[in-house]
Design a protein around this ligand. Structure first.
Ligand code: AMP
Ligand code: GLY
Length: 447
């Protein structure tokens, strides 16, 4: 059999994990990325450093490189029509079309589709294109989440009691979105959910939905869940596809919700193909949908992909042929802990152009994995940009073992100007999560 030629769009740490899994499962890898990712550059046969959002460029490269299958790591290429253009050019695409991807790019539409098709996990939510009625709705709900309707890199949402002190703050922020045009210039006001967040990612070809292990991400910049929201500072998954605060029943409910979403999209005439990401709040009333993403999560892809025992190339091939039902997908039963190394000040005012020393061989000897985001490689390390610098993944029989391996790897990454949330995956934080759910009346005794 000839090698499958796969085009990956995107150059972050998530894409490094995807690219590695493709190459390890026999694909010939080509990448379009806006900055040179040193990890991907080593793995790929063809690399183009340039726009990830240019449909005609992607088609030209796909033709020149004789691509069979394309997959997008981030959401932006989907939103800008790259996946549609590739499909029109006859390339098989293992990511959603722009219309199906609207599930991520239009938060108001996502809520409408859920409601129309009775997908469980819905919450009180209203979409505003102007200020009329805004105040009374915010007052009616009390504590709220205020969200720009579109993409903001995970940083646009503000919640009362966390980033907003009271109703007036919520109203001010919503008005600012409407007047400034930020994140699409329209606003969604939602009831504030209280509980523990978790992520359920699935592969789907539009019919079959195959779940991957549940994960908890940490959005806040600083230890103890303090500070601004970020793209994600790290994440963990428990052994045997569990999370310590999540019951099997609640996990199954979340999977049913993702299945419901995929079915709802099909009924809307937008068959969804690719990875789909459900972000949930486990509340006193069970799992509720916070957001849906048209891709794998970053960092969550780095928890998932190292556990995957099935060929990633086979999975993307099956996705594009509507044959996912023929793939018996299996995962290693290990726990995982991902920690991002970020420049000091990340989330507010990150230090730039700082050299970080990385001993790849020593990291490799710990058994941990190292993934590069888009960064600037230098001799013996990398130079920081304003975004995340490096990611390490530890695996082990327990979350504590996985954490120990991740921490051992982090010892070989040296700089005074970096910050790491060392609390992610520690017994202390995990115990707090369980206690939080108990306090809300959901005892995860079977987790
Ligand atoms: P999103 O970009 O929609 O994932 O939101 C970013 C973060 O804001 C989430 O990870 C939650 O921590 C928080 N958030 C979003 N929506 C809500 C909500 N309805 N209630 C409470 N927190 C929320
Ligand atoms: N981990 C959050 C995201 O990928 O959107």
């Amino acid at each position: 059999m000839t090698e499958t030629s796969v085009l990956l769009i995107g150059g972050g740490a998530r894409e490094h994990a995807i690219g590695q899994a493709l190459v390890e499962s026999g694909a010939e890898l080509s990448v379009i990325m806006k900055n040179k990712n040193p990890g991907l550059a080593r793995l790929a046969t063809n690399v183009h450093v340039g726009s990830e959002k240019a449909p005609s460029l992607a088609v030209d490269k796909a033709n020149a490189w004789d691509i069979d299958i394309a997959i997008s790591g981030p959401e932006a290429p989907i939103a800008s029509g790259v996946t549609d253009a590739l499909a029109q050019a006859g390339i098989r695409v293992a990511s959603p079309t722009q219309k199906a991807g609207r599930i991520e790019t239009d938060k108001a539409w996502m809520r409408r589709v859920m409601k129309k098709h009775d997908v469980p996990g819905g919450i009180k939510s209203r979409h505003f294109t102007h200020a009329q009625g805004l105040r009374s709705y915010i007052e009616e709900l009390g504590d709220v989440a205020v969200k720009p309707i579109g993409l903001t890199g995970g940083k646009g949402v503000k919640v009362t009691g966390e980033h907003l002190d009271h109703t007036e703050d919520a109203l001010d922020y919503a008005t600012e979105i409407l007047t400034s045009g930020y994140g699409g210039g329209e606003v969604v006001i939602e009831e504030k959910l209280v509980g523990e967040e978790f992520t359920v990612q699935c592969f789907t070809d539009g019919d079959t939905v195959t779940p991957t292990p549940p994960i908890q991400d940490h959005k806040r910049a600083f230890e103890g869940d303090e500070g601004p929201n970020t793209g994600g500072m790290g994440s963990y998954s428990g052994p045997d596809a569990t999370l310590p605060f999540l019951t099997t029943e609640d996990h199954q409910e979340a999977i049913r919700i993702v299945e419901g979403l995929v079915n709802a999209l099909a009924k809307e005439g937008h068959r969804y193909v690719g990875p789909i990401y459900g972000q949930f709040m486990l509340t006193a009333d069970g799992p509720k949908v916070i957001e849906v993403n048209a891709r794998f999560g970053d960092p969550e892809a780095m928890n998932t992909i190292p556990l995957l025992e099935t060929s990633f190339t086979r999975i993307v091939d099956a996705l594009t042929r509507q044959r996912l039902h023929t793939v018996d997908m299996t995962f290693n039963t290990d726990a995982t802990v991902v920690k991002y190394v970020v420049p000091r000040g990340y989330g507010t005012n990150p230090s730039e152009n700082v050299t970080v020393h990385v001993n790849e061989d020593a990291i490799h000897d710990t058994g941990a994995r190292l993934y590069y985001p888009s960064c600037n490689p230098t001799e013996g390390g990398v130079t920081t940009t304003t975004s995340r610098t490096l990611a390490v993944v530890g695996t082990g029989d327990t979350i504590a073992d996985a954490n120990e391996q991740a921490e051992a790897a982090l010892e070989h990454i040296q700089s005074d100007e970096i910050y790491i949330r060392h609390d992610i995956g520690t017994d202390d934080l995990v115990t707090q999560r369980i206690a939080h759910m108990r306090a809300l009346g959901r005892d995860p005794t079977n987790a």
